[in-house]
Design a protein around this ligand. Structure first.
Ligand SMILES: Cc1ncc(C[n+]2csc(CCOP(=O)(O)OP(=O)(O)O)c2C)c(N)n1
Ligand SMILES: [Mg+2]
Length: 373
C-alpha cells in the first residue's frame, strides 16, 4: 500500500506540513507541545523497557514505537473518567493518565501495579486477543443503563478482528447502541501475518457497515487527525442528539469503529524476530511517516517549538522515565501471588505446586532460587 495515497483522514503530510492551507489545529499550542512531549516520552520509555528486558530485569515486552500518534491522539480526546481497555501494546494510552512507575512494576510482574491504573479508569492489560472487546461493550452498555456520561474506548489490533469476540461485541454494540469507541490499531501485522492476509475486506473500518454504525479510517501516525476523529466519536457516544447512522442505517447510533492505520517499527515483542517475515525496506518506508518528526516539523514551522524547548523536553523525558523505572523496579513481587485469582479454591494439583514452591523458597531463599533455578 502506498500510504500517501491511502483513503484516510489526514491533516499532516509525510513531512509534517498541513495538507490544507490555513489548517487550524484542534488543540492549543500548549496542548500540542504536551502531545509532542508525551510521544517522545513513550518512545524513550519503549527503548528503556526493551533494554531492561535485554538485561534480564523484565519479562517479555511489546514495543509501541511508531504507534504513539494513535495512542496519544486518542487519549487527548477523552475526559479523565472515560474508560480505556487496551491490548498490550498501547502504552501511551496508559501512561497518558500518569502512574508510569506503577506501570513499570506491572510489567515486572507485580500485579498490585495495576491497582493504580484501575483508579485512573484503565482496565487490566488483555493478552487473550479480542477478549476485552465484549467487556468494553458491556461496560459501555452499563454506563448507558446507569445514565453515566462516560464513553468507553477499546484499543485492539488488526489481528483481533479475526476473533469471534470482535464480531459479537460489534454486533451487540450496534443492537444495544452503546457509547463505545472501537479503536482498531491496524499496524499492518499480527505477529507474522500481514493485514492483507487477515481480511478480504478492503479496509477494517468498513466492517462497521455490517453492524450499522459509522466506521472511520484515519492516519494513526498523525495525532491531530486521530484527535479529530476520536473527538467526534466520543461526542457521538455521549450525545445521542449529535449521533448519526452508518451508511446503511439512518438510525442514530452511538458506537464508532475507528481504523487507525499505522506501523509497528519494532519486533512484535522481545520474543520475536521480524527479519524472518518482513523486509527492512518496508520498515524504512513506513519510518518516513514517524509521528514524532512529523509533529516536530509542524510545530517548529508554526513557531510553537524551538531547539531550546526540545532540549528541555529531552531532559524532562529522560529524567521522568529514569525515575519511574527506579521506583517501578524497586518492588519485591511475592511469588505466592502466582497462585491467586485464577481459582477461588486451588485444585489439588496446583496446591501441590504451591507447596513445592514453598519448600524450595525455604531451602534456597528467594534470591538463589531466582538465580539458579
Ligand atoms: C486468543 C488468542 N489467540 C492467539 C494469541 C497469540 N497472539 C498474541 S499477539 C497476536 C497477534 C495480535 O495481532 P494484532 O491484534 O494485530 O495486535 P498487534 O500485536 O499487532 O498490536 C497473537 C495471535 C493470543 N494472545 N490470544
Ligand atoms: Mg497488528
Amino acid at each position: 500500500m502506498d500510504f500517501a495515497e491511502a483513503d484516510v483522514h489526514r491533516r499532516l503530510d509525510v513531512d509534517g506540513r498541513p495538507l490544507e492551507e490555513g489548517y487550524e489545529p484542534p488543540l492549543s499550542d500548549e496542548r500540542m507541545r504536551e502531545l509532542y512531549r508525551d510521544m517522545r516520552l513513550a518512545r524513550h520509555f519503549d527503548k528503556r523497557m526493551i533494554s531492561l528486558q535485554r538485561q534480564g530485569r523484565l519479562g517479555t515486552y511489546a514495543s509501541s514505537a511508531g504507534q504513539e500518534g494513535s495512542q496519544f491522539g486518542s487519549m487527548y480526546a477523552l475526559a479523565d473518567d472515560d474508560w480505556i481497555l487496551y491490548q498490550y501494546r498501547e502504552h501511551g494510552s496508559v501512561i497518558d493518565r500518569g502512574g508510569l512507575a506503577e506501570y513499570v512494576s506491572y510489567w515486572m510482574g507485580y500485579e498490585e501495579g495495576n491497582a493504580e491504573l484501575t483508579r485512573h479508569h484503565i482496565a487490566p492489560l488483555n493478552i487473550g486477543i479480542g477478549a476485552h472487546i465484549p467487556h468494553a461493550v458491556g461496560m459501555a452498555w452499563a454506563s448507558k443503563l446507569k445514565g453515566d456520561e462516560n464513553a468507553v474506548v477499546c484499543h485492539f489490533g488488526d489481528g483481533s478482528t479475526s476473533q469471534g469476540d470482535f464480531h459479537e461485541a460489534a454486533n451487540f454494540a450496534g443492537v444495544f447502541d452503546v457509547p463505545v469507541v472501537l479503536m482498531c490499531n491496524n499496524n499492518q501485522w499480527a505477529i507474522s501475518v500481514p493485514a492483507e492476509e487477515q481480511t478480504a475486506s478492503r479496509t477494517f473500518a468498513q466492517k462497521a457497515d455490517a453492524y450499522g454504525f459509522p466506521g472511520v479510517r484515519v492516519d494513526g501516525m498523525d495525532p491531530l487527525a486521530t484527535f479529530e476523529v476520536v473527538t467526534e466519536a466520543v461526542e457521538r457516544a455521549k450525545n445521542l442528539e449529535q449521533s448519526h447512522g452508518g451508511e446503511t442505517d439512518e438510525k442514530p447510533m452511538r458506537p464508532t469503529l475507528i481504523e487507525a492505520v499505522q506501523y509497528r517499527f519494532g519486533a512484535h515483542t522481545t520474543a520475536d524476530d521480524p527479519t524472518v517475515y518482513r523486509d527492512d525496506e518496508e520498515v524504512e518506508r513506513w519510518k518516513r511517516w514517524d509521528p514524532i518528526p512529523r509533529m516536530e516539523t509542524y510545530l517548529r514551522e508554526r513557531g510553537t517549538l524551538d531547539d531550546e524547548t526540545i532540549d528541555a523536553i529531552e531532559t524532562d523525558v529522560t529524567e521522568t522515565v529514569a525515575d519511574a523505572i527506579d521506583r517501578g523496579t524497586d518492588v519485591e513481587p511475592d511469588p505466592d501471588k502466582l497462585f491467586d485469582d485464577a481459582y477461588a479454591e486451588l485444585p489439588d494439583r496446583i496446591e501441590q505446586q504451591r507447596e513445592y514452591l514453598h519448600r524450595l523458597r525455604e531451602e534456597y531463599g528467594d534470591e538463589a532460587l531466582l538465580r539458579e533455578h
